[in-house]
Design a protein around this ligand. Sequence first.
Ligand SMILES: Nc1ncnc2c1ncn2[C@@H]1O[C@H](COP(=O)(O)OP(=O)(O)O)[C@@H](O)[C@H]1O
Ligand SMILES: C=C(OP(=O)(O)O)C(=O)O
Ligand SMILES: [Mn+2]
Length: 541
Amino acid sequence: MDTNAQTTKSISLEKYGIVNVSEIIYNPSYDYLYNEELNPALEGFERGQLSELGAVNVMTGEFTGRSPKDKYIVKDSVTENTIWWNSDKAANDNKPISQDTWNALKETTVKQLSNKKLYVVDAFCGANENTRLKVRFIMEVAWQAHFVKNMFIRPTEAELENFGEPDFIVMNGSKTSFKDYAAHGLNSEVYVAFNLTEKIQLIGGTWYGGEMKKGLFSMMNYYLPLQGIASMHCSANKGKDGDVAVFFGLSGTGKTTLSTDPKRELIGDDEHGWDNDGVFNFEGGCYAKTIDLSKENEPDIFGAIKRDALLENVTVDANGKIDFKDGSVTQNTRVSYPINHIENIVRPVSKAGHATKVIFLTADAFGVMPPVSKLTPEQTKYYFLSGFTAKLAGTERGVTQPEPTFSACFGKAFLSLHPTKYGEELVKKMEQHNATAYMVNTGWNGTGKRISIKDTRAIIDAILDGSIENAETKTVPVFNFVVPTALPNVDTNILDPRNTYADAAEWQTKAEDLASRFIKNFVQYTDNEEGKSLVAAGPQL
Ligand SMILES: Nc1ncnc2c1ncn2[C@@H]1O[C@H](COP(=O)(O)OP(=O)(O)O)[C@@H](O)[C@H]1O
Ligand SMILES: C=C(OP(=O)(O)O)C(=O)O
Ligand SMILES: [Mn+2]
């Protein structure tokens, strides 16, 4: 694949309302972007800085993470009865806007993009030709073009030649914002808005590239399940025997870290589909966290940070020296890189056969969840819909104690349809292919320390090589989790979380508190018989 494709194809943006464009830089090469990002004439957040590892670092401005409160979808005849709309009973980020509001947002965006030099990047979302989206990104900031080039699937010269009309357009007007938001009942000047009839995403007020990445993910989460394909917020990799594992989990639980495993071929680190042929990546790159990154703990991710990778919000001194320990701009420091920066990947297309191991990652800050539990089919459904992890004190304003987060299907912010739809599609595939599920706690236990990456990796090895199936087990009460009593290369004392407390009664109290939160959260799924029947698979008080 020629990842440096830069065709001088003439495209017109007038049909989108963008006029008087002085120059279009179409699918720029990595070299072009490198030179442009370091162009001394650039100012503010547009300008990058070269780091000692050869990757450019950029500051993303006020927004260093996604802004879900500013996400909207046009409510019209296409979406009215399909989207899982925000409601009092089940609050979520799919907030409706009218066609009028959309028109105003679009006018704001195209005005911002008119009369200047623009970047246009055509790329694919989805590795399979029959379900991929041909996406056109339009933006004015060079590093945003670099970000989407890294994260989406880069077309070959020939694919670009035959790209045709895109299926979806992203217009990124990050430098503008919507001043009239209050009159339209919106949350702020920032907008991340989708129109499924026009097939356009509009962005304004935030420079954060993740809005484009996760924005298209929510669109795949719309189109695929409606065609009977599972759409999953998970990483995926493949073993030597062709066995495939998927790792679900919310941000920070270890999808990227644990799927990047030198013993296995990486399929992808964040967004996948599962159709009748197997598991396939939506993306062409990875987006790893760099806070406290070390060569020792995460050698492959460290090695991926080189020229063409793009660092975000990392502290780099005047000589280019990187301080990965510094989280003064944000804890969410990142690097995006094309997937071929990882040596052991599935090639040439990021897809493989059916998954037989399904791992739910949770970073439990309460110290309740065992580091690994074997789930029954009923527990699988219960814990998938629950989507539990914990937010840490200090990671968000006002959070002073660990807060449980129940994020349906381990990705509520990206679900376009009702959670049960994703559950049905996943379970269907799991049943067809005899897949088994495990819950892995990559968070804390009674010692007050986070379970080490080394122990977690050994646990994952035991799941993937099947040795966990030979281990003796016991049942941990309240959650009724079946856990192994010993595993190769894992500290035996941590396997039953009660043993990590000086007094097991302390675990019991915490477990009961967490159990009651699970029970309360699950009420939203109990208005039908299927949901009611799952309650017995959850924690019991
Ligand atoms: N036991 C562990 N398992 C996985 N990650 C861990 C563990 N302990 C610490 N970490 C850190 O937690 C973070 C996990 O983040 P990441 O893999 O990017 O999650 P995700 O891709 O699910 O958002 C990384 O910074 C990693 O170094
Ligand atoms: C990029 C993101 O994903 P994650 O933190 O799961 O890697 C995100 O949620 O914005
Ligand atoms: Mn990740």
